[in-house]
Design a protein around this ligand. Structure first.
Ligand code: ATP
Length: 508
């Protein structure tokens, strides 16, 4: 598929057609940037959660999991800095009336310059062949150097302006760079304004002085405020981690790109509490550990890249994005952040409660430092689905759409398919299904020709199809068909469960 936009549209359509993702409230024309997961989507999502939870909580004996409430005391969001600083700078184009994030417009401009550099390098590589010294070329080529300098200059000015909240300078930069609205093509921009992304509501009845509450914009704060509860009741020694999966809400200014940027989404976050001074070491450890987790899913390394932050959030002393190559380009999938003692320190100050840890090895009390890994579950879902979606032309010239989802994550693990709907084959199929369903999520299907049933299972990513034929009735064997290769082999009925379990096992 040459056209990536086209491919993305096909993936979205496929997700709907096969019960992975529906637009929220579709019969009322949908609610912008809110989505519902269908019967197959919910399974895939649960399997991703399960893989993450097991990798964090079960495979690391120093990590435990919690499940905090979405609502929290409003003072939490004051202490965390979200009330005052969880803003995005927005800008409107006066001609198209479209709204953009000013920082994204600038980042996209920088990405174009980076692309130019890469093109220059690839061109030279072709020209010089084996003798090409890429590092030297990057250091000496005048056009590459000029673009590197431009990027550095833009980043510096942008970060400075943003940090000092000088929004006029951001607008000036957009104008100076000649950034045009992709819809109208014009450079007719409004001023840049700050927009707080938190949703708020009232708790209690208005008559008795209801208090303003927020829908949490991240799950992390639920971990911070419970850190001491877990440390004490779990008798945890530093370093240890707390993991959590849960909903988060952000009133995103520009919410396009399907489940990549939603207003209600789910996060899988882990906060690792360490001794002050050891945070950089743990930051490196978690960066590596998280990349391993992604690669264990079998998606090739070339689809990932890491991007160290130039502009650090107010709470961080190091931060990296793990980016994935989505159908619309490389974008953030996960963040690994060294958050210092900012959050615990702020909660200690605002709540007036001590959040210190007494270190029995050093006999000192201190506020721990934190290294966080934070991944969007819906973005992970999109990464998996967009990589898995494939259109294939088979040897006989026919087409199939197959979702090559890592078997351990596939919604349905086994489809049980009697070859024909007669001669006792359905009864035998039911018998097999009724045993297998205790081991895996299975589907029984006896309608339509077997080929069509295989295609339907391919389209939802079912890794194994079990076919019952006349021979099954004679010798109690079935064929097992593998989704990706479409190879079939004969195996005894009593071995189906152990063979499938063996083949779908996933270890990070
Ligand atoms: P972005 O720069 O794309 O807005 P962010 O840097 O604000 O993301 P974080 O605050 O670091 O994101 O959140 C951690 C993770 O949560 C992100 O890596 C992403 O996977 C996920 N996430 C954040 N915002 C959204 C959203 N609106 N929809 C879906 N997932 C999101």
């Amino acid at each position: 598929m040459a056209n990536t936009e086209d491919r993305f549209k096909k993936i979205i359509a496929h997700c709907k057609e096969y019960g992975f993702i529906f637009q929220s409230s579709e019969i009322y024309d949908g609610l912008s940037a809110v989505y519902d997961y269908g019967q197959n989507g919910a399974e895939l999502k649960n399997n991703i959660k399960d893989y993450w939870w097991k990798s964090m909580v079960q495979y690391h004996e120093d990590i435990v999991g919690i499940d905090a409430a979405i609502f929290m005391h409003p003072a939490v969001w004051k202490a965390s800095g979200h009330v005052d600083a969880f803003n995005d700078p927005l800008i409107d184009n006066k001609d198209s009336k479209k709204r953009y994030r000013a920082d994204v417009l600038i980042e996209e401009h920088v990405a174009k310059l980076e692309e130019k550099i890469e093109k220059e390098v690839r061109k030279a590589e072709k020209r010089f062949g084996d003798t090409f010294d890429e590092a030297m070329f990057r250091k000496t080529n005048p056009r590459v150097l000029a673009n590197i300098e431009k990027i550095a200059d833009i980043n510096k000015r942008f970060v400075k302006a943003l940090e000092a909240d000088r929004l006029g300078e951001i607008k000036a930069l957009i104008e100076e760079l000649g950034i045009a609205c992709p819809v109208s093509g014009s450079r007719n921009w409004t001023d840049v304004r700050q927009f707080n992304l938190m949703f708020s509501s009232q708790m209690g009845s208005l008559n008795d002085g209801a208090s303003q509450v927020y829908l949490r914009p991240e799950t992390a704060q639920g971990i911070f405020v419970n850190y001491l509860n877990v440390q004490k009741t779990g008798r945890k020694k530093l370093p240890f981690g707390i993991a959590q999966i849960g909903k988060a809400f952000r009133n995103e200014i520009v919410a396009r790109q399907f489940v990549f940027r939603m207003r209600e989404f789910e996060q899988m976050e882990m906060q690792f509490f360490v001794r002050p001074g050891e945070e950089k070491e743990w930051y490196e450890y978690w960066k590596e550990e998280r990349m391993k987790w992604h690669l264990a899913l079998g998606i090739p390394t070339k689809h990932f890249r890491v991007h160290e932050h130039e502009k650090l959030a107010h709470y961080a002393n190091a931060a990296v994005d793990i980016e994935f190559e989505f159908p619309f380009g490389f974008r953030e999938l996960e963040g690994v952040h060294s958050r210092t003692d900012f959050d615990l320190g702020a909660h200690q100050k605002h709540s007036g409660k001590k959040l210190q840890y007494f270190d029995p090895e050093t006999n000192e009390s201190y506020v721990p430092y934190v290294v966080e890994t934070s991944i969007g579950l819906d973005r992970m879902f999109l990464a998996i689905v967009s990589h898995a979606y494939n259109e294939e032309t088979l040897e006989d010239g026919s087409q199939r759409v197959v979702m090559n989802i890592t078997p351990a994550l596939a919604p349905i693990k086994v489809a049980v398919l009697p070859l024909m709907k007669k001669d006792g084959l359905p009864e035998k199929g039911r018998e097999i299904f009724d045993t297998l369903k205790y081991d895996f999520l299975c589907q029984y299907e006896d309608k339509d020709a077997i080929g069509r049933r295989y295609r339907r299972q391919d389209a939802i990513g079912t890794p194994y199809c079990i076919t019952i034929d006349h021979q099954t009735l004679e010798d109690n064997t079935v064929t097992i068909r593998e989704r990706d290769t479409m190879q079939q082999e004969r195996i005894p009925v009593e071995k189906i469960s152990s063979i499938v379990a063996d083949r779908i096992r996933l270890r990070p």
